[in-house]
Design a protein around this ligand. Structure first.
Ligand code: PRP
Length: 172
């Protein structure tokens, strides 16, 4: 399949550094947990955390909405729950991409209501605002993009391409 580069490694690095600086300005002084949404956000979360200039705890959650297909299944399943106690804490949910909004909506609801976080913020590296099935607006967005299928920097197609260093558009 043909692939074209949408964001290079250096563009990614620059934008993630800006996002880390913004989060540092906004949330310094809070007892913050970065909650990485596996698997795709692993690369972004790892980079973003190193650009946050205060102490941040780390935890993981895994949900599934895609399976092996290019389109969302519409069903969000909790595959792995976080280990840390989130009651009364600030949690920054870190995603690689928001598409239909179903995954982020469910993770947000779960962390706020079921896990009792005091404050929940959301950061996504990529956003496809025109692809929403449910409304969701992230607090921190790396890049807004058209609803094309993208891979790399953690994003996969049928578990391939996650380790591509830049973001590429997957052609037909
Ligand atoms: C992808 C992506 C987001 C979600 C976004 O995860 O990483 O979590 O889908 O889509 P949505 O807004 O339509 O819900 P996926 O379930 O494919 O798991 P992965 O991160 O392990 O690839």
């Amino acid at each position: 399949m043909a692939q074209t580069t949408l964001f290079s490694k250096s563009e990614i690095d620059r934008r993630v550094a800006e996002m880390g600086a913004e989060i540092t300005r906004d949330l310094a002084g809070s007892e913050l947990i970065a909650l990485c949404v596996l698997k795709g956000a692993m690369f972004f979360c790892s980079d973003l955390m190193r650009h946050i200039a205060f102490d941040v705890a780390l935890d993981f959650i895994q949900v599934s909405s895609y399976g092996d297909q290019k389109t969302s299944s519409g069903v969000v399943t909790l595959l792995k729950e976080p280990q840390l106690d989130m009651r009364g804490k600030s949690v920054l949910i870190v995603e690689d991409i928001i598409d239909s909004g179903l995954s982020m909506n469910e993770v947000f609801r779960y962390i706020k209501l079921d896990r009792g976080a005091r404050e929940v913020r959301t950061a996504t590296f990529l956003d496809k605002p025109t692809a929403r099935k449910v409304p969701f607006k992230a607090d921190y967005v790396g890049f807004s993009i058209d609803p094309k299928f993208v891979i790399g920097y953690g994003l996969d197609y049928a578990e391939k391409y996650r380790n591509v260093p830049d973001i590429q558009v997957l052609g037909d």
